[in-house]
Design a protein around this ligand. Structure first.
Ligand SMILES: [Zn+2]
Length: 430
C-alpha cells in the first residue's frame, strides 16, 4: 500500500448507488401468515362460526375463531458481511487505481446498508496485508502499489473468512475478489478449495476480473459438472498455522521429485520479463517484500526468499513459480532451518521438490527429492548446483533396488536422510 486519499465525488456517488442495490438485493420476500380470530376482518370459516354459536348457546365461553386473516409481513433485512480481497501482485499494476477505488466503494456501500453490516479488506500477493479491519468504515481510499510476487488468495480468503464470519449464517455473505487470476497451478488449486468450501457454506463469491486479458476465477461458479466441495464448510477461524510435521510413514506427505501435471494455466505474466535489469529489479523487490511480510517472521522470511531467488535462477524460472515451505521433517537435526522449495514447470505443470538443508549458505547445492527405491519416501536423489546437474539426473535410468543400488551415484545425504520410512534399510536408526 502506498498511501490514502479522500474519496472523489464520483466514488461517493457510486458507493451510494451500490448501497441501494445491496439493500434491494438483501430485501427478503414477504412472509405470509394466517391468523385466526374471533372478530372480523378476514374470511369467515362456517364450521368455526357454528361451533362458536353452539358454545355461546351452551353458556360456555366461546373459544372458536371463525375469522381467518391473512397477514403479509416483510421479514427483517439481513445484515451483510463482505470480505474484499485485492490482488496486489505485479501483474495487477495497471489495475491498481480502479481496484483501490472499487475496494473503497464496496466497503463504504456495505457500511451504508445497515448498522449491523460490516466488511473487511485485505491486499494479497505472496503475503496478506490488512487494509481495513473488520467493521471499520474506510474514510479514505487506500492506494496500492502492485509490485508483489505470488498470489496467496487462499490465505487471504482464510483471513477474511475469520474476520467477517463468511461461513456463519444469519447474514448475507459475500467475498469480493479483485484479481487478474494469473496464478500458478498450486496457488489456483489452493484458492479453488477455499472458494468451493465458502460457496458450499452459502457465501457468494464475486470475481472482479481486470483487463486486459483476465484469467478465470480458480473456482468458477457455473461449471457443467458441479464438483462437491473438497473440504467440509469451515467455521470461522484464523489463517492456518504452518502444517505440522508429517509422520514418517504418511504416504500423503509432500511428494517425490516429480509429480504428475495438474492443470496448465497460463504462466504468470512476470515470467515474460526479458531484460536483465528488469529481472534483477524484480528479484530485489521480491526479496524485500518476502522478508518483510513472511508468515514465518523476518529472519526465516529472508532465508525463504533467498532460497526462492536462488532456485529460480538455477532453473531459469520466475520466483513466482517457486513455493518455499519449512521442512518440518529435517529441521531437528541441523541448526539452521531447512526448507523445501517446490518448482512448478510452467510448460507441463510437473512439480520438482528441492531441499535446501542450510538456506543460510548460498553456496550449498540443492538436493532434489525423489522416491527412495526401497521405501518410496521422498529423499535426496541428486545434488543440483545448476540446470545441467538436473539434466544429468533426469537422463539417468530409475534407481535400482537392493544390492544393485550404487550409493556412489547418490548424494552423501541419501543413506542417512530423515525422509526414509522407518522400515527402510536406509535412514537414521537412532
Ligand atoms: Zn528409503
Amino acid at each position: 500500500m502506498i498511501d490514502t486519499r479522500p474519496p472523489t465525488g464520483a466514488e461517493k456517488a457510486a458507493a451510494g448507488q451500490l448501497a441501494r442495490a445491496l439493500r434491494a438485493a438483501a430485501y427478503r420476500e414477504r412472509t405470509t401468515t394466517h391468523a385466526a380470530s374471533a372478530v372480523p376482518p378476514g374470511r369467515l370459516n362456517m364450521r368455526q362460526a357454528l361451533a362458536r354459536d353452539a358454545q355461546r348457546a351452551a353458556g360456555a365461553v366461546p373459544t372458536a375463531t371463525p375469522w381467518t386473516r391473512t397477514v403479509h409481513r416483510s421479514g427483517p433485512t439481513p445484515p451483510l458481511r463482505v470480505g474484499i480481497a485485492v490482488d496486489v501482485s505485479g501483474s495487477m499494476d495497471i489495475a491498481a487505481a480502479p481496484i483501490a477505488s472499487a475496494a473503497w466503494i464496496v466497503a463504504k456501500a456495505v457500511s451504508l446498508t445497515d448498522p449491523d453490516s460490516c466488511s473487511a479488506t485485505v491486499a494479497y500477493d505472496r503475503s496478506v496485508t490488512a487494509i481495513t479491519a473488520p467493521g471499520r468504515t474506510p474514510r479514505a481510499v487506500t492506494r496500492f502499489a502492485a509490485e508483489g510476487m505470488g498470489h496467496s488468495l487462499a490465505e487471504a480468503t482464510d483471513a477474511l473468512t475469520a474476520g467477517v464470519d463468511l461461513t456463519q449464517p444469519g447474514a448475507g455473505r459475500l467475498l469480493v475478489i479483485a484479481s487478474d487470476g494469473y496464478y500458478t497451478p498450486g496457488e489456483a488449486a489452493r484458492a479453488a478449495d477455499r472458494l468451493t468450501a465458502l460457496r458450499a457454506a452459502g457465501c457468494a463469491v464475486l470475481w472482479l476480473a481486470f483487463d486486459p486479458d483476465p484469467a478465470r476465477c480458480p473456482a468458477p461458479p457455473c461449471s457443467n459438472s458441479p464438483t462437491p466441495p473438497r473440504q467440509p464448510p469451515r467455521s470461522a477461524r484464523p489463517p492456518p498455522p504452518p502444517s505440522p510435521p508429517p509422520s514418517p510413514d504418511d504416504p500423503c506427505r509432500p511428494g517425490p521429485g516429480r509429480h504428475p501435471p495438474r492443470n496448465n494455466p497460463p504462466p504468470p505474466k512476470g515470467a515474460h520479463m526479458t531484460s536483465i535489469a528488469e529481472r534483477a529489479h524484480a528479484a530485489a523487490v521480491f526479496l524485500r517484500y518476502s522478508t518483510e511480510l513472511s508468515l514465518y517472521g523476518r529472519h526465516r522470511g529472508e532465508q525463504h526468499a533467498r532460497t526462492t531467488v536462488r532456485l529460480a535462477a538455477t532453473l531459469a524460472l520466475h520466483p513466482d513459480q517457486i513455493t518455499v515451505t519449512p521442512d518440518w521433517l529435517r529441521r531437528r537435526t541441523t541448526p539452521g532451518e531447512p526448507v523445501l522449495a517446490t518448482a512448478i514447470c510452467p510448460d507441463t505443470g510437473e512439480q520438482y521438490v528441492f531441499l535446501a538443508r542450510s538456506p543460510l549458505y548460498n553456496d550449498e547445492a540443492f538436493e532434489l527429492l525423489g522416491p527412495c527405491p526401497e521405501c518410496s519416501a521422498p529423499v535426496p536423489v541428486a545434488e543440483i548446483r545448476h540446470l545441467a546437474d538436473l539434466g544429468t539426473h533426469l537422463a539417468r535410468p530409475l534407481l535400482p533396488r537392493g544390492d544393485a543400488l550404487c550409493l556412489a551415484t547418490l548424494p552423501d545425504t541419501f543413506p542417512r536422510d530423515e525422509g526414509h520410512a522407518t522400515a527402510c534399510p536406509y535412514g537414521e536408526t537412532s
